[in-house]
Write a protein that binds this ligand. Structure first.
Ligand SMILES: [Zn+2]
Length: 78
């Protein structure tokens, strides 16, 4: 397993200065995917999230996906 992304697309990420590691395999390199939050599901829960985005980190080692609200993560190209 592993190497889901080209090296050029990989990032490392921090939140408030703490490195993000994969909760499953402790991997530290991720691909990213922006996800719109203005889905019918979000509206169902009453959030005023129209046009907001989240940023998902996809672990390059095991493929686990972890999603964060926009503006939370700081990413650095590897
Ligand atoms: Zn992983």
């Amino acid at each position: 397993m592993g190497n889901f992304f080209n090296d050029s697309a990989l990032v490392t990420a921090t939140i408030r200065g703490r490195a993000v590691t994969c909760r499953h395999c402790d991997g530290t390199t991720f691909g990213t995917r922006r996800i719109k939050l203005n889905t019918s599901g979000a509206e169902f829960f009453g959030f005023a999230w129209a046009n907001k985005e989240s940023l998902a980190l996809v672990c390059n080692e095991c493929g686990a996906i972890e999603e964060f609200l926009e503006g939370v993560l700081e990413t650095q190209s590897t």
